[in-house]
Design a protein around this ligand. Structure first.
Ligand code: ADP
Ligand code: MG
Ligand code: ZN
Length: 492
């Protein structure tokens, strides 16, 4: 997009609230990838006539956690509304949602961007129920559509941001931040591929410097963060080209086609009247007790952006490292616990050992930090052993993989495998001497002025010690002895 235009984006996010049971009946919320279709269905969520919904309190609590974490004003009375439309995945012919009086309004969150922290307004947070799922099969002439109602009536949370996002980076970070908050709050596990989290950007462009809002489009079917970014880039470029050519953006809903890498018109945007919204007669207004709200608020965990701030300001980490550590609550808690257990290492070194070797191990073996057979204390002990010079970094890495394999304590492993670092000056001196004596040609090279031969000696000596030599001491000893040989030559 040319620099003449500014992007204007607001997000509508639908998150499945991973409660035990559905929103208005006691059917379980099941993961459709692990269940047969239509195993979690009852007359209520199948939309049988005469069935009455009963609100799931857990869903309200989940929604309140998110609304409070997003600093929203909670409406002590909110109203369920019927949103009517016809579609075969919607057995009742309407979806129970909230419209005029949602559960929560006027919140905000802070997100990191390249140019500093950005405050993004939250317009509303409301409750609604999910629809069923259609699977289209067959070819022309033999098309069939299968209906699965496992998802029908699953509690959804809708979060609507203000159009405060002006770069692709900000949109991505906002989506990440919302996902991360919901994962911290154990409301939603954040899986876009499975459709547990659906992120729909509303996108328009305007002349840079203008405050006006232009006509926008909404994009659906984004199954990954990658698609979100691609769709934004594509749509911003399309709109700029259109406007440059003297055209006008039509308000519509577009579907992203990941294979073609482009958006396709789905339907022209419905206006509210099309849905015939009216208050749901089968449910009383939702009244939330202020005391309950305060209790939920008091129980909120420290959230990712707050943790990040603390790691930077109180612990002294770089913003980048802090960001890596807070992305997952379990990792941040692991760091905090390990930080409390280190004696020799400092916070920076600990952070590096988590974001370096530990993350590598987790990625390689597909572990999550919770599934490791060791906790933060043994990990802290290992990093301490490196800090104090008891073992070197490469030994520590191999100890770490063994810890992951068998859960044994680092001290035991170091002892059993004889990995303790050689740190005695006498032993290191002898080691250097042995290697120097064996390689007179390389000594001659060094004496003749080839300084880089020192590295070669270092490699040989390290190998001879099976990686156990203290690297700083070894390098020092080699330099001293080689320089002595050089001095002797010069003197003679
Ligand atoms: P609706 O209820 O029709 O979906 P809203 O007015 O509630 O529409 O807005 C939906 C989303 O669109 C919000 O995230 C909002 O920030 C965003 N939005 C509104 N106007 C614009 C605009 N001109 N450009 C980009 N996003 C917009
Ligand atoms: Mg909308
Ligand atoms: Zn049911």
């Amino acid at each position: 997009m040319t620099t003449q235009y500014e992007a204007v984006v607001g997000l509508e996010v639908h998150a499945v609230m991973e409660t035990q049971s559905k929103m208005f009946c006691d059917c379980p919320v099941v993961d459709s990838t692990h269940h047969e279709p239509n195993v979690a269905v009852c007359p209520v969520c199948a939309g049988m006539p005469g069935m009455l919904p009963v609100l799931n309190k857990a869903a309200v609590e989940f929604a309140l956690r998110v609304a409070l974490a997003l600093h929203c004003e909670i409406n002590s009375t909110s109203i369920f509304a019927r949103k009517s439309y016809f579609y075969p995945d919607l057995p009742k012919g309407f979806q129970i949602s909230q419209y005029e009086q949602p559960l929560a309004v006027n919140g905000w969150l802070r997100i990191p961007t390249e140019s500093g922290e950005l405050r993004v307004g939250i317009r509303r947070v409301h409750l609604e129920e999910d629809t069923g799922k259609l699977t289209h099969l067959g070819e022309d002439g033999d098309r069939r559509t299968l209906v699965d109602l496992n998802r029908s009536g699953v509690p959804l949370l809708e979060i609507v941001t203000e159009p405060d996002l002006h770069t692709v980076e900000a949109v991505r970070n906002c989506a990440y931040a919302l996902r991360s908050i919901m994962r911290y709050l154990e409301v939603n596990s954040g899986n876009l591929e499975k459709g547990l989290l659906r992120i729909e950007p509303n996108i328009s462009i305007r002349e840079r410097g203008s405050q006006a809002l232009s006509t926008r489009v909404e994009i659906k079917n984004l199954n990954s963060f990658r698609s979100l970014e691609r769709a934004l880039e594509f749509e911003l470029a399309r709109q700029a080209e259109l406007v440059d050519a003297g055209g006008a953006v039509q308000q519509q809903t577009l579907g992203w086609d990941d294979v073609r890498g482009s958006t396709q018109a789905q339907r022209s945007k419905e206006v509210a009247e099309d849905y015939r919204y009216f208050p749901e007669p089968d449910l009383p207004p939702l009244v939330v007790d202020d005391k309950w709200v305060r209790e939920i608020e008091a129980d909120l965990p420290e959230l990712p952006q707050e943790k990040r701030k603390r790691f930077v300001e109180m612990v002294g980490l770089s913003d980048y490292d802090a960001g890596l550590l807070v992305a997952e609550r379990s990792v941040a808690e692991f760091f905090d616990a390990a930080l409390g257990a280190i004696h020799k290492a400092d916070a920076k070194m600990l952070a590096n050992w988590i974001t370096g070797p530990l993350f590598e191990l987790l990625n390689k073996d597909g572990y999550s930090i919770e599934s490791l057979p060791f906790g933060p204390e043994p990990f802290a002990e290992l990093v301490d052993m490196v800090a104090s010079g008891e073992i070197n970094a490469s030994s520590a890495r191999s100890v770490l993989s063994e810890m992951a394999a068998n859960g044994k304590k680092p001290k035991e492993l170091v002892q059993a495998r004889g990995l303790a670092q050689i740190s005695s000056e006498t032993d290191i001196g002898e080691l250097a001497e042995r290697v120097i004596q064996k390689n007179s040609q390389q000594v001659a090279d060094y004496v003749a002025g080839k300084d880089e031969v020192l590295n070669w000696f270092f490699g040989q000596a390290m190998l001879a010690s099976q990686g156990k030599a203290n690297p700083t001491l070894l390098r020092q000893a080699l330099r001293v002895q080689l320089d002595a040989a050089r001095a002797q030559k010069e003197a003679s």
